[in-house]
Design a protein around this ligand. Structure first.
Ligand code: UD1
Ligand code: CA
Length: 496
């Protein structure tokens, strides 16, 4: 929508999200299943905000909750609070204590305080399904335009290749151009009706007064014994010429946008489609994907330009990636902050940490939470960091464990180094101790430092040392037994 169009007051929105989702075979309420790293219900909220929200206009969204309502409310509240793309939404929750069908859900909403406020405002009410995460902002904007004169309902319909599970749109004389008569649910449809490929998708704009007048007339005389919201379509066409109101339709061409989630397979299909859209957006913003179908990126991830992402990378949570970054195959990043020109090589697994510009990580490095890798530093293969700060241009290139450590700049740590940080005490007194290695120190291969301990600026630690005492700046520490060579002794083992 253009800014000008956004000046027209937006409709109020009602999201249907009270159902249990029995077909999901899960204890979690359906709308809380994750899609691209966030609850199923969130992407449509983002589309609503993007279609109608401006800094001057907030959008009233009533979310109808029932099954698992506390969890649903908590998840939506935290998303709305934290996610700036949802900042124009004014969300209220409406309780539908028993789930007696989509008509009953909207009826409960219109009888609530939320509904009476909308009636007072003479607002139009846009009903959207909570289980259709691919509905784009453009669709929400289109269906939400002001209603034509004498029209009580705008119904979104779509011609789909596989209409199974959807309500079918019955038109007069079974003709595509015929007036819409009613919607028949799959379970109530005759074999002939089931062949209809024009479906309704639980997307409608209603006059609020029409809802107030006709929702009380719904009955449960159908195959599922539920109050069907779809039955309202038939009511709009009835009555005397003077009282009759019209149903207008909006035909939507892209069936994928309407993909609903009713079971775990449909969730997988919807996620694949949403994932591809997210990846397309990143690609058009300057990210090169070598095999988009193998990559998983959550909605909250931010990526710069000239970034190259190899096969099998997984980018999760609040991860931000700078420019000119290379992400190797099967790299996993979660809640990571990555600077510019960083190289993350194959198989590295990095969580809740920061990697500054120009650093090189991996292959097969493990960055555990609260680590910071400074500019130009190198963390090589089979190196594990935990809660450690690594200074600029420091190198820990091979087979090491560094935990609870503060390591300065330009430090060189040889192969096979271990910070012995854990004192082995039982749970209650269990303590981790800190290792400090100051700028320009050199640690030979196969050393251990038993924390708490400090190696001073520019000091040398000889290979094979186990350091238990602090090493003064500029000193050399050797902590290993002296070598003894027994001349000619080898022939004792090999007499021949
Ligand atoms: C519904 C429509 C069908 C449409 C399809 C599109 C009806 C009767 N049928 O069928 O025409 O093609 O969506 O996806 O409207 N819900 C409640 N309270 C209830 C029942 C449902 O809030 O009492 C919510 C559910 O949580 C869900 C949405 O309404 O988010 C749709 O319910 P669902 O059971 O999935 O309806 P469908 O059988 O898919
Ligand atoms: Ca559904």
């Amino acid at each position: 929508m253009s800014t000008h169009e956004k000046m027209i007051p937006p409709p109020a929105v009602l999201l249907l999200a009270a159902g249990q989702g029995k077909r999901m075979k899960s204890v979690l309420p359906k709308v809380l299943h994750e899609i691209c790293g966030e609850p199923l219900l969130i992407p449509i909220l983002r589309s609503i905000d993007s279609a109608f929200g401006t800094d001057a206009v907030s959008v009233n969204v009533g979310i109808i909750v029932g099954h698992g309502r506390e969890k649903v409310e908590a998840a939506v509240r935290s998303a709305v609070k934290e996610d700036p793309t949802l900042r124009h939404l004014k969300v209220d929750f409406i309780l539908q204590a028993e789930q007696k069908g989509t008509g009953h859900a909207v009826h409960s909403a219109m009888e609530s305080t939320w509904g009476s406020l909308r009636l007072k405002e003479k607002a139009n009410v846009l009903v959207l399904p909570g289980d259709s995460p691919l509905i784009p902002p453009a669709l929400v904007g289109e269906i939400g335009r002001p209603l034509e004169k004498n029209t009580a309902i705008r119904l979104l319909t779509c011609d789909v290749p596989d209409p199974r599970g959807y309500g079918r749109v019955l038109r007069l004389g079974f003709k595509a151009a015929g007036k819409v008569k009613r919607i028949v649910e799959e379970k109530d449809a005759s074999p002939r009706e089931r062949k209809i490929t024009e479906v309704a998708a639980s997307i409608y704009l209603f006059q609020s007064t029409f809802l107030a007048n006709f929702l009380p007339k719904l009955t449960t005389k159908n195959a599922q014994g539920e109050y069907y919201l779809t039955d309202l379509i038939e009511w709009a066409g009835k009555g005397t010429a003077a009282s009759r109101t019209k149903v207008s339709t909006l035909a939507w061409a892209n069936a994928e946008d309407l993909r609903g989630v009713n079971d775990l397979w449909e969730l997988s299909l919807a996620e694949r489609a949403l994932q591809l859209r997210l990846i397309e957006r990143h690609a058009r913003n300057g990210v090169r994907f070598l095999d988009p179908s193998s990559v998983a990126i959550e909605a909250s991830v931010v990526i710069g330009e000239r970034v190259r992402i190899e096969r099998g990378a997984i980018l999760r949570g609040h991860t931000t990636i700078g420019n000119d970054v290379e992400i190797g195959s099967n790299v996993v990043l979660k809640n990571m902050r990555i600077g510019n020109s960083v190289e993350l090589k194959t198989g590295s697994y990095c969580l809740d940490s920061v990697v500054e510009s120009g650093a090189k990580i991996g292959p097969y490095a493990h960055l555990r939470p609260d680590s910071l890798v400074g500019k130009g530093a190198k963390i090589g293969n089979f190196v594990e960091l935990k809660k450690s700060k690594i200074g600029e241009n420091t190198s820990i290139a091979h087979l090491s464990y560094v935990g609870d450590a503060a390591i300065g700049a330009r430090v060189n740590i040889g192969c096979g180094f271990i910070t012995c940080n854990f004192d082995g005490r039982s749970k209650k007194g269990s303590r981790k101790h800190e290792t400090v290695i100051e700028d320009d120190a050199f640690i030979g291969s196969d050393c251990q430092t038993v924390a708490p301990v400090k190696v001073g600026r520019g000091a040398y630690v000889a290979s094979g040392s186990t350091i238990t005492l602090d090493v003064e700046a500029g000193s050399l520490a050797i902590a290993r037994s002296r070598q003894e060579n027994k001349i000619g002794y080898a022939k004792k083992f090999r007499p021949e």
